[in-house]
Write a protein that binds this ligand. Structure first.
Ligand code: ADP
Length: 517
């Protein structure tokens, strides 16, 4: 089976969040299970720098791309390299004006004004690349809004090309709150007829919405955990898109992300002061904790419970619960370590807190992959009180590293952490602390409970070991994706919604949108 995996980020080339981890690890796992996977992504400045650092020279392939965007003809080039350390080929779409920038989507907290143009260019280039490189994929697997145009282009124009005649599209939603919503005139850039700009297809509250476009036109939709697949069909988590998703209920599948165990494995992790596994846990983790405390200027005390958090500092991640309850959390004797960047109100609050409580809180603002590993290894607990969490990776890294996650029961957090209770302690399944209502009182209770149990070393070690024994590798998830590809290939292409000529706009309710199928 031939898969073209389209993504806007992939480690080690370009990363702003979990999508980058998933892209690389899933492609590798799929190819390990026999699929022929080609990845395609923009040739960002960071990709060029990473290739240079590794002494890798990408090969220029195919003739020059010429993509029409509105009244412009934009040229680009295709290069081919491999995902470092693997045999997965990566097609890089080079267009210096769009991609030779400091950020992937934004700089100084502001989105690039031409993001729709950049990713419509990338989406059209992707289909053109299949022709220029003679690659005939069975499935084009796209991810998030950045490649959401692709299923529409495939359905409306692409299948007229011989190499894409039988090709199916699958879209994975990694986070529904990032939708790629742009002003309606950007419809001109897509090159598609205005008749598709209707509330059943590409329009959403008067804007061009690239994620909705992907959801409506793709043959099948996946998202990154079974719980999130259910949640996004409700108004509480649907970000307004619940009606559209309900209409595609039968085509919506939740598959839990895995983790890349070649990168996230405490037994082989070269960034740690000492590697460890379940048998050498006590010594290895104690050393990692002491070194982390030293590195971050915290008192080196093995009996002080140390809670870590590595995160984008946004509303989603529940930082407000921590900041609002800081004094109460500190009163339990916790040491707190934060690594992250994002909204300035959170950055400032955390930096101020670290200044006020220098011996108990350490904060690093920025992105630091190696420190992220050292925190996972050195912390006793990991905080993930997210308001919503499509899947989340850090709680799985934590389980792998013997760091007990403290999480809000949403999305992938609910699917991966088994709450400590009398019953789960007795049957050996308890792996972490879980609160169900997003309330300060529930969060504080849980922190206090975890600190109390931390002092009971026998019980604590049992919880830690339960987590470390679990297998979060991509093997099983990749198998599920292969089943999804088989499913879409075994049935006719998804018949997209009938086009309405009135261009009327408005929210899609389940009933209305359902009538349109
Ligand atoms: P999201 O994709 O919503 O940001 P995930 O938990 O799915 O959250 O994935 C986040 C990934 O990004 C994890 O691998 C996490 O370790 C990493 N990460 C987030 N912020 C930082 C940071 N400041 N430094 C290093 N790694 C980070």
């Amino acid at each position: 089976m031939k898969i073209l995996f389209a993504t806007s980020e992939a480690v080690p080339f370009a990363k702003t969040g979990g999508l980058a981890d998933v892209s690389s690890a899933l492609s590798q796992a799929l190819s390990a299970q026999g699929a022929e996977v080609w990845m395609i992504m923009p040739f960002y400045r960071g990709v060029r720098e990473e290739l240079n650092r590794r002494g890798m020279t990408p090969i220029r392939c195919g003739s020059t791309l010429r993509i029409r965007l509105g009244n412009k003809l934009v040229e680009g080039q295709l290069y081919v390299t491999v995902l470092p350390g693997t045999s997965v080929p990566v097609i890089l779409v080079d267009q210096p004006t769009y991609f030779q920038r400091n950020g992937l989507y934004q700089e100084h907290g502001r989105d690039y004004a031409d993001n729709s143009e950049r990713f419509i260019f990338f989406s059209r280039s992707l289909l053109e690349a299949t022709r220029l490189l003679g690659f005939h994929p069975n499935v084009i697997h796209v991810n998030d809004w950045q490649t959401g145009m692709v299923p529409a282009l495939l359905a409306i124009e692409g299948r007229a090309q011989p190499q894409l005649k039988e090709t199916r599209s699958v879209i994975t939603i990694h986070n529904l709150s990032f939708q790629g919503s742009f002003w309606h005139w950007d419809m001109l850039l897509t090159g598609l007829d205005w008749k598709y700009f209707n509330w059943h297809q590409m329009e959403f509250f008067g804007q061009l919405n690239l994620l909705k476009t992907g959801i409506v036109f793709s043959d099948l939709i996946t998202t990154v955990s079974p719980s999130y697949a259910k949640e996004i069909q409700t108004s509480a988590f649907g970000c307004g898109m619940q009606g559209v998703l309900q209409t595609r209920h039968d085509d919506l599948v939740g598959i839990l992300n895995g983790i890349d165990t070649a990168i996230w494995n405490p037994a082989t992790d070269a960034t740690l002061p000492e590697t460890y596994d379940i048998d050498s846990l006590a010594q290895g983790k104690a050393r990692c904790k002491a070194e982390l405390q030293k590195e971050l200027g915290l008192p080196v005390e093995c009996d002080a419970p140390l809670a870590g958090m590595i995160s984008r500092l946004t509303d989603q991640k529940g930082i407000d619960l921590i900041i609002e309850n800081l004094e109460t959390l500190l009163a339990t004797g916790l040491q707190l370590v934060f690594l992250g960047s994002g909204e300035s109100r959170y950055e400032t609050a955390l930096v101020d807190a670290a200044r006020q409580h220098a011996g108990q809180i350490a904060v690093k603002i920025g992105f630091d992959e190696a420190l992220a590993h050292r925190i996972e290894a050195g912390a006793d607990m990991y905080l993930m009180p997210s308001r919503y969490e499509p899947c989340g990776l850090n709680q799985m890294y934590s389980l792998q590293y013997g760091t007990v996650p403290i999480v809000h029961a949403v999305g992938g957090l609910a699917d991966t952490v088994t709450a400590v209770s009398h019953e789960t302690l007795a049957n050996g399944t308890a792996t972490g602390f879980v609160f169900t209502e997003y309330l300060s009182s529930a969060f504080i209770d849980l922190i206090q409970q975890s600190v109390q149990l931390f002092a009971r070393r026998d019980i604590w070690t049992q919880i830690v070991q339960n987590g470390m024994r679990q297998d979060w590798s991509w093997h099983n998830s990749a198998k599920r994706y292969l089943e999804v590809y088989d499913k879409v290939l075994s049935r006719p292409v998804h018949a997209t919604l009938p086009v309405h000529s009135d261009n009327s706009t408005g929210p899609v309710s389940a009933g209305e949108a359902g009538a349109g199928r």
